[in-house]
Design a protein. Structure first.
Length: 155
């Protein structure tokens, strides 16, 4: 799924066809699991961010929101003169984001009363939201099905 998403996003001219690469936040904060299964949202968003960062080759820039405290601490050290400004200098503020990836996991379960087999239909929907206007500039929906006997894995 992440490979398909990556290819799809990088062909979108709004996201990857600009002279100045857009800044994107990909984290699990606005990624919800409305399904019945416990799924680690960080695993999905971390994989997406890592793979997109590798494949984008500068066409997208990824901005962190998880490490704002760490960045602010370093900025304060530079501005107070405790440290020098490093090799990249200083900026007026931390990098703002142009877009944020949001997502939702949903599923539907069906049990075969005769065999005890559980069939699960899973759907994950993603949207890239413009952080200024609220416009959705890219969306993708990915589906997969699984089936298994009722066992500890499905409880």
């Amino acid at each position: 799924m992440t490979d398909r998403m990556m290819r799809d996003m990088l062909t979108n001219p709004i996201l990857a066809g600009r002279g100045t690469p857009p800044r994107v936040v990909i984290d699990s904060e606005f990624f919800s699991n409305k399904g019945t299964q416990a799924i680690n949202r960080d695993l999905i968003t971390n994989r997406l961010r890592v793979n997109l960062n590798r494949a984008a080759q500068g066409r997208l820039v990824f901005v962190t929101r998880e490490h704002v405290g760490m960045v602010q601490q370093e900025r304060d050290l530079k501005r107070s003169g405790t440290t020098d400004v490093g090799t990249t200098g200083v900026t007026r503020g931390m990098a703002g984001a142009d877009y944020r990836l949001t997502g939702e996991i949903a599923d539907e379960n069906e049990r075969n009363a005769r065999t005890g087999m559980i069939e699960r239909y899973n759907q994950i929907t993603f949207e890239m939201v413009d952080e200024e206007s609220g416009a959705i500039v890219w969306s993708g929906q990915y589906e997969f099905e699984r089936a298994a006997d009722d066992d500890v894995m499905y409880r």
